[in-house]
Ligand binder design. Structure first.
Ligand SMILES: *[C@@H]1O[C@H](CO)[C@@H](O)[C@H](O)[C@H]1NC(C)=O
Ligand SMILES: *[C@@H]1O[C@H](CO)[C@@H](O)[C@H](O)[C@H]1NC(C)=O
Length: 248
């Protein structure tokens, strides 16, 4: 009795001293430590198992986290299915690049068996993206948890996602509206070290770019040739961003 009281006192002290206390936004690194301590482990196992059979899904999970957060915040709304009266974010043309929904579903299912109704889907998406980065050889990082799931998911909100046709000043402005500096925008874009681009998202730079030039003059000539060759295989042809599509 005394021991357990002492233990909880130490824990509380630890929470206060090490700054584990809840931030003003209600998020905390140890949000689930009392009511679902194994949540992070379950997600990591689920992600690792799925990526072992298909490593290309790492890029999908990182992208899903971004698409979820950029539209109305990190609230899991990217997971919501369309209904008879509502077309959800998921069914936007921007969804083409989103993969790995089944991994999130599986992790949620496993977690619900242990602690029903505790861990939000929004947190699962964020943690799965983190675990995918680590699986792909990237850094590990701790994330604050405690996000609540949103119920709004509308196709028109995905207009707020940055289109692949935007130039640098437009991208800087768009990310600026979300509170990111140009430097942070560039760092986030570095996540493209994983995955591929489809021809449909860059072919506008390869022909009829403007009235005087057929090819975007800022593109390296040799690189433009490589891209054109890829696009000769059609709009869905894939081009890697760097030499390793599966390595962060
Ligand atoms: C993605 O969007 C397209 C076009 O809006 C739609 O036809 C397709 O069913 C969607 N895919 C998924 C997996 O929701
Ligand atoms: C980007 O596009 C906008 C709108 O078309 C244009 O005003 C701006 O000058 C462009 N910026 C760059 C860096 O090309």
């Amino acid at each position: 009795m005394v021991m357990s009281y002492l233990f909880s006192l130490i824990l509380v002290m630890d929470i206060i001293v090490s700054g584990w206390s809840f931030g003003v936004d209600g998020l905390s690194m140890n949000y689930y430590i009392m009511n679902c301590p194994f949540a992070e482990g379950i997600i990591k196992n689920t992600v690792n198992m799925a990526l072992q059979s298909d490593p290309t899904l790492a890029a999908g999970l990182v992208r899903m986290h971004f698409h979820d957060c950029f539209v109305e915040g990190c609230d899991g709304s990217v997971l919501i299915d369309s209904t008879k009266g509502n077309t959800a974010e998921k069914d936007s043309p921007a969804n083409l690049s989103l993969r790995g929904y089944e991994i999130i579903d599986k992790a949620k299912e496993e977690i619900e068996k242990q602690c029903p109704g505790v861990v939000s889907c929004a947190d699962i998406v964020a943690m799965a993206a983190r675990d995918a980065v680590f699986f792909a050889g990237g850094p590990v990082y701790d994330i604050p948890k405690g996000r609540k799931d949103g119920r709004r998911s509308k196709i028109e909100d995905t207009m707020k996602l940055p289109s692949p046709t935007l130039n640098s000043s437009e991208l800087i402005r768009m990310f600026g509206q979300r509170g990111f500096t140009a430097q942070e925008m560039v760092a986030l874009s570095g996540a493209h070290t994983l995955g591929v681009a489809r021809c449909s998202s860059f072919k506008h730079r390869l022909s009829n770019f403007d009235t005087t030039n057929n090819v975007d003059p800022t593109l390296d000539t040799q690189f433009a040739k490589t891209l054109s060759k890829t696009c000769s295989r059609g709009d869905n042809a894939e081009q890697t961003f760097d030499s390793t599509r599966k390595q962060f």
